[in-house]
Ligand binder design. Structure first.
Ligand SMILES: [Fe+2]
Length: 140
């Protein structure tokens, strides 16, 4: 059994939009964690599709924000996103081909990745964006 990930205020990046997208992502990961025990094939397929679509949308949203602002660590941040999506796509393909998929390992990976990414990379990026917007506003 995989424990659920519980949202905490410490995960906040200071943007309601992005926080609520992160909460949605966490709820999808939690749902997948539940399926580690239930193993309902239709639900797993649906979840892998939802995760793939939602991460593409959410990462695109962040990338548009930081690209527009000229964030200096854009490339590294984007590489983290790509690695995450690739992992989901590889698992989805294996699942669709009928291969054995280690859902527990996937759920643990997704949980660990999302917390680390939010608390390190996203918070760093959002702090830079805020600072940059303030500097521009005061003409620095
Ligand atoms: Fe991100």
């Amino acid at each position: 059994m995989v424990q659920h990930l519980v949202w905490s205020e410490e995960f906040s990046v200071g943007s309601e939009d992005i926080d609520s997208q992160h909460q949605k992502l966490i709820s999808l990961i939690n749902w997948l964690s539940t399926e580690v025990t239930h193993k309902t094939p239709g639900t797993i397929e649906h979840l892998l599709n939802s995760l793939a679509h939602y991460t593409v949308y959410h990462f695109g949203y962040e990338e548009e924000l930081f690209r527009k602002a000229g964030y200096p660590d854009a490339k590294q941040h984007q590489q983290e996103h790509t690695a995450f999506i690739d992992r989901i796509l590889v698992i989805r393909e294996r699942f669709e081909q009928g291969s054995e998929v280690d859902l527990e390992a996937l759920a643990v990976y997704l949980q660990q990745w999302v917390v680390r990414h939010i608390c390190i990379s996203d918070q760093k990026m959002m702090a830079w964006l805020r600072n940059n917007a303030c500097n521009e506003a005061r003409g620095a």
